[in-house]
Design a protein around this ligand. Structure first.
Ligand SMILES: Cc1ncc(COP(=O)(O)O)c(C=O)c1O
Length: 490
C-alpha cells in the first residue's frame, strides 16, 4: 500500500520491532477499480430519497416510480416452497434437471419454441444472466432507447460500448431494421464492433410489444448481419391480450438467447429465479459451457428450495394459468385506464400491450413547462414530485434524450385501497391485519379480472374501483390544468 510505511525501532531490550504506521484515512485504503467509474448512481436512488424525505414530512406521495409486480403469491407455489425447505445442498451450477426440463417444456408449450433441457441455464434472477451474457459474448451492444435501466450499465461493466438505437415516439418506439442499420453504421464509424442486440418485448419502460411482422423483420435483419440477439422476455406472460407475444427465437433460433424468470409473472422478484435459453447446436453448447464456468465462479448455484418450487411454476396447472391470465388482464385494465385519462388531458402516450408501465410524453406542454423552468425529463420528474406529489422516473434513466419530456409510470402498486382508518388507528392495529386486508383485496380484484371491460377487444363489462388510480388521474389532471391549454403551448 502506498500510504503505509513500515519502519523498524529498537525496543528497551535491544530487540527489533516492526511498526506499520498508517498515514490516516485518505481513501487510498479503499481505492476503487476503473470499472467502478462506469457506474453512475442509480437513477432510482435520488427519487427514492426525495420520496422518503417528503413522506417523512407527512406528504402523501403517489409512487409510480417503482416497477415491482405486487400480487400475492399463488398458494400452490407457497406450498411447493414450504415442501422443499429442507433442500440445503448446493445444486448443479446450471440448475436442477427437473427445472431445466420444466422450463424447456414450458417454452415449447407457451411460445412454440423447440427447446430442450440442455439449452437451459438457471440463475438467481435473469439479471445476473444478462450480465453473464454480456461478459461471455463477443462484441459491442446495440440497445434501443428507451430501454431498461440496467442493460447499458451492465454492458459497460463488461467492457462493452453501448450503441444507442433510436426509436420514434410517433411510432410507439418501435424498433426497426432501418434504425438498427443506422446505429451499426454510426458505431462502426466510431470504431465499435456491434455484435449483440438486446431487445425487450413487452418493454420496460413503454409496455410496447413487437407485432409479428416486426419480429420477422428483426429476425431477418439479425440473420443478415450475424448479430446475436438477447431477447429479454421477462414480461411475456403479462401481455394484455390484444397483441400476442412472439419470441424472436421463433424466426432466428440459431442466434437468439431468450431470458425470463418468475419475478413478474408471479410477483416473485425476491425469489430470484431466472433462466436463459441458448440456441441448439455446437455454438449454443459452447456458450452454455462458458456461462456455466462463469456462474460456477460467482454464484455456484441457485437457491435449492426456490428451484424445486419453480418446477411447479413452470409445469402445466390450470390454477396457475388462471392466476397469470388474470394478473395480465388487470395490468392491461389499469394501464389502459390511466393511458386513456392522460390522452384525454392532451398528453401523448402509446397504448401499452403488456407489463405494467406507461411512457407518456409531455411534449404538447413544452412551452408551458419551459416557462416554469422545466426543460428536461429529470426536471419534469422533480417538478411533479415537488408540486404534485407524483413520483415517476425520468426518460433519461432509460437512455432517452434529456430534452424529451417523457416519464415512466409504473402502475403495479395502484391496487391497494385507500386507508379506511386514520393513521393513529392504523398504528394501533396489528401490521399483519392490514397486510391481510390488502392481500384479500388483491385476491378479490384477481377474481373479477376475467370480466374486465376491454376497450380494444370490446369484451367484458366489469369495471372495478381503483381509488389509488383515480387519485393519480386527479393529480395529473390538476397538473395539466395548472399548465394552461395545450394548444397555446404546443
Ligand atoms: C426488462 C427487465 N429485464 C430484467 C429484469 C430482471 O428480472 P430478474 O428479477 O429476473 O432479475 C427486470 C426487472 O425489473 C426488467 O424490468
Amino acid at each position: 500500500m502506498s500510504t503505509t510505511r513500515a519502519h523498524r525501532t529498537t525496543t528497551r531490550h535491544g530487540g527489533a520491532r516492526t511498526h506499520v504506521a498508517s498515514s490516516g484515512p485518505t481513501g487510498e485504503q479503499l481505492r476503487l477499480a476503473p470499472a467502478s467509474r462506469t457506474l453512475a448512481p442509480s437513477p432510482t436512488l435520488e427519487i427514492n430519497e426525495a420520496i422518503a424525505a417528503r413522506r417523512a414530512a407527512g406528504r402523501d406521495v403517489l409512487h409510480l416510480g417503482f416497477g415491482e409486480a405486487s400480487f400475492p403469491l399463488p398458494p400452490k407455489l407457497r406450498e411447493a416452497l414450504a415442501a422443499s425447505a429442507t433442500r440445503t445442498s448446493y445444486e448443479p451450477v446450471v440448475g436442477i434437471p427437473a427445472l431445466r426440463d420444466a422450463i424447456a417444456r414450458y417454452l415449447s408449450r407457451t411460445r412454440g419454441l423447440d427447446v430442450s433441457a440442455e439449452q437451459v441455464i438457471v440463475a438467481p434472477g435473469s439479471k445476473p444472466l444478462l450480465y453473464a451474457l454480456f461478459l461471455m459474448l463477443a462484441g459491442d451492444v446495440l440497445a434501443p432507447a428507451p430501454a431498461w435501466v440496467s442493460y447499458a450499465p451492465q454492458a459497460r461493466l463488461a467492457g462493452r460500448r453501448v450503441l444507442v438505437v433510436e426509436t420514434d415516439p410517433e411510432d410507439a418506439h418501435r424498433l426497426t431494421p432501418r434504425a438498427l442499420d443506422a446505429a451499426v453504421a454510426r458505431g462502426r464509424h466510431a470504431g465499435a464492433d456491434p455484435r449483440i442486440l438486446i431487445i425487450n418485448s413487452p418493454s420496460n419502460p413503454t409496455g410496447g410489444m413487437f407485432a409479428r411482422e416486426d419480429v420477422e423483420a428483426l429476425a431477418e435483419w439479425a440473420r443478415r448481419t450475424g448479430v446475436t440477439v438477447l431477447s429479454d422476455e421477462i414480461y411475456a406472460e403479462l401481455a394484455h391480450g390484444w397483441r400476442s407475444h412472439v419470441s424472436l427465437a421463433t424466426f432466428y433460433p440459431e442466434g437468439t438467447v431468450v431470458t425470463g424468470g418468475l419475478s413478474k409473472t408471479y410477483s416473485a422478484g425476491g425469489w430470484r429465479l431466472g433462466y436463459a435459453v441458448v440456441p441448439a447446436g455446437a455454438a449454443g453448447r459452447k456458450l452454455l459451457s462458458a456461462l456455466r464456468a462463469l456462474s460456477s465462479e460467482i454464484w455456484s448455484s441457485t437457491s435449492a428450495p426456490i428451484q424445486a418450487a419453480a418446477v411447479t411454476a413452470f409445469s402445466p396447472d390450470a390454477d396457475l394459468e388462471t392466476y397469470v391470465r388474470r394478473s395480465a388482464r388487470l395490468h392491461g385494465y389499469t394501464t389502459g385506464r390511466l393511458r386513456d385519462a392522460l390522452v384525454e388531458m392532451g398528453v401523448r402516450c402509446p397504448r401499452p400491450a403488456g407489463a405494467f408501465y406507461l411512457y407518456p410524453d409531455f411534449a404538447p406542454f413544452k412551452a408551458a413547462l419551459a416557462a416554469r423552468g422545466v426543460t428536461t425529463s429529470e426536471e419534469l420528474a422533480r417538478y411533479l414530485l415537488e408540486r404534485h406529489d407524483i413520483a415517476a422516473l425520468p426518460g433519461t434513466a432509460f437512455g432517452d434524450r434529456p430534452a424529451a419530456l417523457r416519464l415512466r409510470l409504473a402502475t403495479s402498486m395502484l391496487y391497494g385501497g385507500l386507508p379506511s382508518v386514520s393513521p393513529a388507528q392504523q398504528d394501533a392495529r396489528e401490521g399483519h391485519d392490514l397486510a391481510d386486508e390488502h392481500e384479500a383485496r388483491l385476491w378479490a380484484l384477481l377474481e373479477r379480472a376475467d370480466g374486465l371491460a376491454d376497450p380494444i377487444s370490446s369484451t367484458g363489462s366489469v369495471e372495478i374501483e381503483l381509488p389509488m388510480l383515480d387519485r393519480v388521474g386527479q393529480r395529473f389532471a390538476a397538473f395539466v390544468e395548472s399548465l394552461g391549454s395545450v394548444g397555446a403551448s404546443s
